[in-house]
Design a protein around this ligand. Structure first.
Ligand code: C2E
Ligand code: MG
Ligand code: MG
Length: 573
């Protein structure tokens, strides 16, 4: 296999570690000035007569020193600006006048050239001193520049070099793939074998990958860099098809997975690779970095067999999920999970109760919607803690209301399947009710229709127990699942909650209206009460009234409100 050209990579590396050169035109200009000044120096020393400058007469020979000074200045500038090249050029220029001067002095016995000869010698001494002094500074600058783009431990280019190369590719509209790499379980090597061994392993990995990048094993051109710790980045360019990108990554994966032996110990390493393509996925540097990282995190957290993942927009959702998970965890420990209460009314607009809805308060005072954080909480096993928190807070509120008023309202709480199935579920519910002196008759547990299908038997036992305790049970979001009528018939529920999506469509056509009417009728046949969720207009209220709906929950009569506001509604009723 032969690599396609890697000019872009080489050029960028050269540019990064070498100071950008002073322009060639400055060099030519200095040479030109030098030549003119040298010519004028010779001419002015030979020509007799005067020249008038600003009305002042000057002997030609008196200008010789000025022109000679100009040549010396040019020589010094050459050394200062062009270092070694400038020094050699200046030496050639200065020394080129020596043979002529020798001939004049020693052959033609023209002693007028002796000062010029000494002048030349002084210039040589001066530019040599400048050159040697300058070289130390230049070497020092070069080493600093190299350090700025090189990772100290491994000698690979670092993150800065990586982003510079990507910037170059972006400017030249070249396509490339960015691969974010993270070694798996590297921490365990550090923890068990010590950091020195960990460093040696990292060096070994870097050497292998560098050798692979320099080799002709892959068709593509690669640039490997170490970012920090056990994180690396690979930039792949000069590929013809997207498949070639994955082939190249596989080569790096295979190379890594070969045994590494350090101090007679064998190490078997693996890594995860997340990659993104530019410009296919994005042509903005920040996005490219984010996308590669997101793909990497996805492949790391998925725990699936595959260790190479291409970025796709879904991956960002996982990033968002991780962020939400973090927020839920900190909200749980900082008591930032709170609840709002949405009023429920009968058809005469009389308050019958509230549904407690979880809220996750952000530091800036805004809320993350439960529609977003509850699914994440369900996936990460945090939902029962949220349910419990909301339950405790809302039952405490109910306890206070029942103690202080003669209200006969019901509190509806949402319970996730996961929470319901927990062995401690019933005991927790009992404890909270007892602590707050709230009788179970005032509590309604909302479960979703899917419970009936997914976990029917166990769920049934739990729900029967709740019923025995005296609680009510509502089937939430009814109509969105696929439960059969026989499930519904066997399920000891008290209330059907018709999902908002049916209410939304209800007034659009007769069929949708009939559908809602049918659900209500089925509910009544099974001796259940029916509440419509998400009712937003008075028209909907009227239609629901006409088809026999029992209760209304929706923005038309009340949005979810903080407990203090709910308290006002109770007092006003
Ligand atoms: P849900 O139990 O079906 O709750 C009703 C949702 O519909 C609430 O959204 C409520 O604000 C919204 N809603 C009610 N009336 C209207 C209306 O007229 N128009 C509109 N546009 N929306 C209306 P929310 O508070 O965002 O809750 C979303 C879902 O999150 C809830 O749906 C429930 O499934 C879940 N959830 C909320 N709190 C908890 C909790 O403490 N535990 C569990 N497990 N799930 C919860
Ligand atoms: Mg609900
Ligand atoms: Mg609902």
């Amino acid at each position: 296999m032969t690599k396609r050209t890697g000019d872009g990579v080489d050029k960028t590396l050269r540019n990064l570690s070498h100071k950008r050169e002073t322009s060639k035109s400055a060099f030519v200009l200095l040479l030109l000035i030098y030549a003119i000044a040298a010519f004028l120096t010779t001419m002015s020393s030979r020509i007799k007569g005067q020249v008038v400058i600003f009305n002042i007469p000057f002997e030609y020979s008196s200008l010789t020193g000025v022109f000679s000074l100009l040549t010396n200045t040019c020589a010094i500038c050459l050394v200062m600006l062009f270092h070694k090249v400038g020094y050699i050029t200046a030496m050639i220029l200065v020394c080129s006048s020596f043979p002529m001067m020798f001939i004049n002095v020693f052959v033609r016995q023209n002693y007028k050239n002796i000062p010029g000869f000494f002048n030349g010698l002084m210039v040589i001494v001066a530019i040599t001193i400048i050159f040697l002094g300058n070289r130390k500074i230049v070497d020092y600058q070069k080493s600093i520049r190299e350090q700025a783009v090189t990772d100290r431990l491994t000698g690979l280019p670092n993150r800065f070099a990586c982003t510079e190369l990507m910037n170059d590719f972006l400017h030249s509209n070249s396509r490339f793939a960015l691969v974010a790499i993270d070694l798996n379980n590297f921490k365990s090597i550090n923890d068990t074998m010590g950091h020195d061994t960990g460093d040696l392993v990292l060096k070994a990995v870097a050497n292998r990958w560098k050798a692979l990048a320099d080799s002709t094993t892959t068709y593509t051109t690669e640039f490997i860099a170490r970012i920090t710790g056990d994180e690396f980045m690979l930039i792949i360019s000069d590929y013809l098809t997207n498949d070639e990108v994955e082939t190249a990554i596989s080569a790096y994966k295979d190379e890594l997975e070969k045994k590494i032996t350090i101090d007679d110990c064998d190490y078997y390493l693996t890594a995860c690779f997340g990659y993104t393509l530019c410009p296919d996925d994005s042509s903005v540097l920040e996005n490219i970095l984010t996308f590669a990282d997101a793909a990497l995190h996805e492949v790391k957290s998925s725990g699936s067999g595959s260790r190479i993942l291409k970025f796709s927009p879904d991956v960002l959702n996982t990033e968002r999920s991780l962020e939400i998970e973090r927020k839920i965890r900190s909200a749980l420990s900082d008591n930032k999970i709170i609840y709002h209460l949405q009023p429920q009314y009968d058809m005469d607009h009389k308050l019958i109760g509230f549904e407690a809805l979880a809220r996750l308060k952000e530091d800036n005072g805004t809320y993350i919607s439960p529609a977003e954080f509850i699914p994440v909480a369900e996936k990460t096993g945090l939902v029962d803690r949220i349910d419990n928190r909301v339950f405790e807070l809302a039952v405490k509120f109910m306890g206070d209301v029942l103690k202080e008023t003669s209200s006969d309202i019901t509190l509806s709480v949402n319970v996730s399947v996961r929470h319901l199935m927990k062995n401690t579920f019933l005991d927790e519910i009992r404890r909270v009710l007892e602590e707050n002196n709230v009788s179970p008759e005032h509590i309604e547990i909302e479960i979703t229709e899917s419970i009936m299908i997914d976990s029917a038997d166990k769920a049934l036992q739990r729900i029967e127990e709740l019923k025995r305790m005296g609680m009510k049970v509502a089937i939430d979001d009814f109509g969105t699942g696929y439960s059969s009528l026989s499930y519904l018939n066997n399920f000891p529920s008290d209330m059907l909650k018709i999902d908002k999506s049916f209410i939304d469509k209800m007034n659009q056509n007769e069929v949708s209206r009939q559908y809602v009417a049918m659900i209500i009728s089925i509910g009544h046949t099974l001796d259940l009460k029916v509440i419509s969720e998400g009712v937003e207009s008075q028209d909907q209220v009227e239609v629901l009234r006409s088809i026999g709906c029992d209760y209304i929950q929706g923005f038309v009569w009340g949005k979810p409100v903080p407990p203090e506001e709910a308290r006002k509604l109770i007092n006003a009723d």
